[in-house]
Design a protein around this ligand. Structure first.
Ligand code: 5RP
Length: 240
């Protein structure tokens, strides 16, 4: 992962977010992801709703995105009230050249995966520092049911996954919007993402994990100069 300063990173995130806003057209049902890059996207979409009369309905992957969108005049619908989502735009923590990604830096991976699994198209918005040869340097978030979670932690430790219970800025155990906990796996590199994905999801107590393998259709990458679009013509998400 190349390192860039946070000012440049935010500029590149914003450029990707503004570019991705062009994908949203009148009448669409649009999945709205979570995280700082999506916050910039929602700001831009809110501006287009208010100034240009853009008319679409959002389905949110988190309580915070829903609140932000509604405060900007974007209509938000419940996932169970709609048939299918035309397009979901979300952030990501790392993406490799096989379009394998890590998500969950903000802890919303479970709802993000549900929304992605019910979308016709998935787009990620990232800055250039997140494009890597091999995923794994970013800690992999695993959403875990609190009941019996000590045993899941032990199993992950025994497997050499270096799990850490995520805490919030006050040092309290972080809780997801579903009231689950997050174990961050410090793996450094992931040699076989499919094998790891199967091992994690087959561990009783694991609700979901942050590996999104070959699931994304397009990645809008904020780069110095102009955003670049990576197209995955062979997307085939394992979770559908
Ligand atoms: O997966 C996510 C939240 O669960 C985010 O989309 C991901 O962490 C990227 O966040 P940011 O845009 O703040 O860098």
């Amino acid at each position: 992962m190349s390192t860039i300063n946070s000012e440049l990173q935010n500029k590149l995130k914003k450029a990707a977010a503004v570019k991705a806003a062009d994908y949203v057209k009148d009448g669409m049902i649009v999945g709205l992801g979570s995280g700082s890059t999506v916050t910039m996207l929602v700001d831009e979409l809110g501006r287009r709703v208010q100034e240009d009369g853009l008319n679409f309905t959002g389905v949110s992957t988190s309580i915070s995105t829903a609140k932000q969108a509604e405060s900007l005049g974007i209509k938000i619908s419940d996932l169970d009230s709609i048939d299918t989502i035309d397009l979901t735009i979300d952030g990501a923590d790392q993406v490799d050249s096989d379009f394998n990604g890590i998500k969950g830096g903000g802890g919303n991976l479970f709802w993000e995966k549900i929304v992605a699994a019910n979308s016709k198209k998935l787009i990620w918005i990232v800055d250039q520092s997140k494009i890597v040869d091999r995923i794994g340097a970013f800690p992999l978030a695993v959403d875990v049911e609190p009941f019996g979670s000590h045993h899941v932690l032990k199993k992950f430790s025994d497997a050499g996954f270096n799990p850490v219970v995520r805490t919030d800025k006050n040092g309290k155990i972080f809780k997801t919007d579903s009231n689950n906990i997050i174990l961050d796996l410090h793996l450094h590199k992931i040699n076989d993402p499919d094998k790891l994905s199967n091992a994690l999801i087959n561990t009783v107590g694991v609700v979901e994990h942050g590996l999104f393998l070959n699931a994304v259709n397009e990645v809008v990458v904020g780069k110095e100069g102009a955003p670049q679009i990576m197209i995955n013509s062979k997307a085939h998400p394992s979770y559908q």
